[in-house]
Design a protein around this ligand. Structure first.
Ligand code: MF3
Ligand code: CO
Length: 262
């Protein structure tokens, strides 16, 4: 069931996402060779406290997974999503890292992600990051009442594939509000037989293209039960914004996309 948000709820979600986006921008600035992914997690947790918000991911349970142990997901290179921060994971020059972060404020969720380079990265890595970011922008431009979820999916898939990359299918974007994950699902690809709800005013969608330089097949780390990697170990990139559907078009919660780091 899709929950439509009131304008009061949208205002609160804007505040939640503003905190998420601000801290993500600060994290992106701290990304550098020698920094560990745990350093980033600690920083995020501390800043969240200062902002008076609660982490959205810590203790969260996905079907078949244990409680998520951190406030941030840090997914490096071939890791697509749900990388667990660790003091052993030292960022190196040339890596790319997806920072995925969520917060709860006044009972409402914010969720966003960026992918950032660590120092100087290859042209291939830079192009992949930019293609994922552009696919998110194109997806958001489809948000208006009367369009369908598949218009979002199609915008991501057609652009990403036109650039020679592939779209990960095993994970999807989602509705968001009083829960981190709500209906509807927001796939980054189109397939026949999928439910395809019409977009209506008051819907809020966390749109999150996950793309790979090689094949779209992914696998979950068998020892931590969370980290998602490309099977062929090709580079992956991931961006996410929470966006409301208004009569006038998309409202990117927490500030314009240009203000996103990376
Ligand atoms: N942004 C991710 C998502 O929407 C983060 C989930 S991590 C989890 O699925 F731990 F909360 F599951
Ligand atoms: Co999300």
């Amino acid at each position: 069931m899709i929950e439509y948000k009131s304008s009061r709820q949208l205002e609160a979600m804007d505040r939640a996402n503003r905190i998420v986006r601000k801290i993500l921008a600060e994290l992106a600035e701290r990304v550098a060779p020698g920094v560990t992914t745990e350093d980033l997690d600690r920083y995020a947790e501390q800043r969240l406290k200062e902002e008076g918000a609660r982490p959205a991911f810590k203790g969260y349970r996905l079907p078949g997974c244990t409680d998520y142990p951190a406030v941030l997901c840090t997914s490096v290179n071939e890791e697509v999503v749900h990388g667990i921060p660790s003091p052993k994971r030292v960022l190196r020059e040339g890596d790319i890292v997806s920072l995925d972060f969520g917060a709860v404020l006044e009972g409402l969720y914010g969720d966003a992600a960026v992918t950032v380079p660590v120092g100087n990265v290859s042209g291939e890595a830079r192009d992949l990051i930019l293609a994922a970011k552009e696919s998110l922008r194109l997806a958001i431009s489809q948000l208006r009442p009367g369009n369908r979820i598949s218009d979002i999916s199609e915008a991501v898939q057609s652009y990403v594939e036109s650039q020679g990359y592939s779209v990960v299918r095993d994970f999807v974007g989602h509705g968001i509000g009083r829960n981190l994950h709500e209906d509807p699902q927001v796939p980054n690809y189109v397939a026949s037989g999928m439910r395809d709800p019409v977009l209506r005013e008051g819907m809020v969608l966390a749109i999150e293209p996950m793309i790979a330089a090689g094949s779209p097949e992914v696998e979950i780390d068998s020892s931590d039960g969370w980290t998602v990697r490309t099977r062929d170990r090709s580079l992956a990139a991931h961006w996410e914004l929470s966006v409301a559907v208004l009569a006038t078009g998309p409202w990117i919660l927490g500030g314009a996309a240009e203000e996103a780091a990376g």
